[in-house]
Design a protein around this ligand. Structure first.
Ligand code: PEP
Length: 247
């Protein structure tokens, strides 16, 4: 049985005032695992605020190595030392704006796991790739790169987020049927290596999730919750999305 999860990717947004609003008022029942990914500067404030509640805080990215002369970067071991438990890995903005390759993403995935952070691996195709009929092959390649480097067993402590690039921040959401079809495909890719891991790995959907579309997306068999960008900064909207995922 896969527990539902909703993750908030604040990207480079947020403030102490928004952290305070969530810390003081955020309340969802424990049947859904909630993880916040604020900018690194705000992680401590959320961790301290949520300390008595079962809400997790993660980082949006880590360096591929743990320490050294990498100005501006943070290491996975530092993130763990600060209390983080998850890291996003391979978000499409990291891939497209910062040139992250499948190879680098695989290194980051492994670095996270070695440090004790659970990676949330983001995969997804561009609009052009979907229109060309290549959506599945693109996603299979992104997952294949991790399978080759880390092996199938690494997915026992990882989460996958399917985020079609054309749906991120655009207001255009994949239909429940489109998302379900890709989530089933992702499970089939994992099942070629190990059926149990394929069954147990949580696969989240991301891309313009809102309170108005969350329930129908989360009702699909292979969708275990969502990775939410823009709507995760809006307190009431995000609370409704989390409630839509709870049993
Ligand atoms: C994201 O950045 O991971 C995301 C899904 O963004 P949005 O919800 O704004 O589309």
């Amino acid at each position: 049985m896969r527990a539902p999860m909703v993750a908030a990717n604040w990207k480079m947004n947020g403030s102490r005032a928004i952290c305070r609003e969530f810390v003081e008022h955020f309340d969802v029942d424990g049947s859904v695992d909630v993880v916040f990914f604020p900018p690194f500067l705000y992680t401590s404030m959320l961790m301290e605020g949520f300390v008595s509640r079962s809400i997790s805080v993660g980082v949006q990215d880590v360096c591929h190595v743990n320490s050294g002369a990498y100005t501006g970067e943070i290491g996975a071991e530092m993130a763990v030392d600060s209390g983080a438990t998850y890291s996003l890995v391979g978000h499409s903005e990291r891939r497209s704006l910062f040139g992250e390759t499948d190879g680098l993403i695989a290194e980051k995935f492994t670095t996270c796991q070695q440090a004790g952070l659970t990676p949330v691996l983001c995969v997804g195709e561009s609009r052009e790739e979907r229109l060309d009929g290549r959506a599945e092959s693109v996603v299979a390649k992104q997952i294949g790169s991790i399978l080759r480097t880390a092996g199938i067993k690494a997915f026992a402590n990882a989460v996958i987020a399917y985020e079609p690039v054309w749906a991120i921040g655009t207001g255009e959401t994949a239909s429940p049927a489109q998302a379900q079809s890709m989530h089933a495909f992702i499970r089939a890719v994992l099942a070629k290596s190990d059926a149990t891991t394929a069954r147990n790995t949580r696969v989240l959907y991301g891309g313009s999730v809102k309170a108005s579309n969350a329930s129908e997306l989360f009702a699909e068999r292979d969708i275990d919750g969502g990775l939410v960008g823009g709507a995760s900064l809006e307190f009431k909207e995000f609370t409704k999305i989390c409630r839509a995922a709870s049993h």
